[in-house]
Design a protein around this ligand. Structure first.
Ligand SMILES: [Zn+2]
Length: 316
């Protein structure tokens, strides 16, 4: 039976003979415009390509750094999943959790924190895509619900930065239940007349889109972010039609009325702060507002959280 066996040994990969002398991680290639960018320059530009404004994915901690004025207080840091279903797919879920914890230094796919955004005390929850695709399991749901409860008792606004593939398959129905739990908490926040801003980044899909990501008093997205419920292939096969160009991207959704704003990351903090000022009645810090604006802004806490008005004249 030797006639179909490979007689010769394989050609060795070139990389083994000539190791690269350029240290890894110093330079990054932009996937959009192919520009080679020095990693430090990219970091100072909030991980936005200086040439074409491609938004690179941001870790949860980096996200908080871009939003808060300085230090923040992290909450529920030690909440971790117990693998309630004892789930195994190609790998045991316990192993996936362990690997993600080692890779990110987090216990689950979210950081919940209290801090100050441009002088406004705010509760922010930022999702971490590197932790099992930013998926929402029991811990993510619980941390968001607790963050909202904390905001209600401290009478502070809530910002959730979404970056997720959806509900976590490995926790089955338990992860789907988080959708209802978080929505319930957001309804209580609304009744307490406190604002909630959803920031949708690339990607925001599945159960996260189907629950809290689309429930903001303002839904703000980053440019060209993939936002949707089911993937384009599933939709195409279901409706048997070719999908239009740019389908499920921020700009398309803004045009169709699914989003309120598409904002460049470098202006995100200022936009959120402006909107929060408008919705909470916190006066502008630097310059004294004109008399008309004073009359329009009543005492805090104000402005029904369900308001859908424009936050500020600058918009996207
Ligand atoms: Zn670029």
């Amino acid at each position: 039976m030797a006639w179909f066996k490979k007689a010769r040994t394989r050609i060795a990969p070139a990389s083994k003979e000539k190791p690269s002398r350029v240290p890894e991680g110093l330079w990054v290639k932009c996937p959009d415009c192919s520009q080679i960018i020095y990693n430090k320059d990219l970091a100072t530009n909030l991980h936005v390509c200086p040439k074409c404004a491609h938004h690179f994915r941001l870790s949860a901690a980096d996200r908080l750094r871009t939003l808060f004025d300085g230090e923040w207080i992290e909450h529920d840091r030690d909440l971790a999943s117990t693998d309630p279903l004892n789930f195994t797919d190609t790998k045991p879920y316990k192993g996936r959790l362990k690997a993600s914890m080692a890779a990110t230094g987090l216990k689950d796919a979210i950081i919940s924190a209290s801090g100050v955004i441009d002088g406004i005390p705010t509760v922010v929850a930022a999702m971490e895509y590197e932790f099992i695709g930013g998926s929402m399991g029991v811990v993510v749901g619980e941390k968001i619900a607790r963050a909202i409860e904390r905001a209600i008792s401290a009478r502070q606004p809530v910002v959730i930065v979404c970056c997720s593939g959806g509900a976590r398959m490995m926790e089955g129905a338990l992860s789907l239940m988080q959708m209802a739990k978080v929505c319930g908490a957001l309804a209580r926040l609304d009744r307490a007349r406190l604002p909630y801003i959803a920031v949708l980044t690339d990607p925001t899909t599945g159960g996260v889109t189907a629950s809290f990501a689309m429930l903001g008093d303002l839904n703000i997205a980053e440019p060209k972010a993939l936002i949707g419920f089911a993937g384009p292939r599933v939709i195409e096969q279901t409706i048997r039609q070719t999908l239009p160009e740019g389908f499920q991207r921020s700009e398309f959704l803004l045009e169709k009325g699914m989003l309120d704003l598409v904002v460049d990351r470098r202006e995100m903090k200022a936009t959120i702060a402006n909107a929060l000022r408008f919705m909470t009645g916190v006066p502008l810090r630097s310059t004294a507002p004109p008399p008309a604006a004073v009359a329009a802004a009543p005492d805090p806490p104000v402005a029904a959280a369900s308001t859908r008005s424009e936050p500020a004249p600058q918009a996207s």
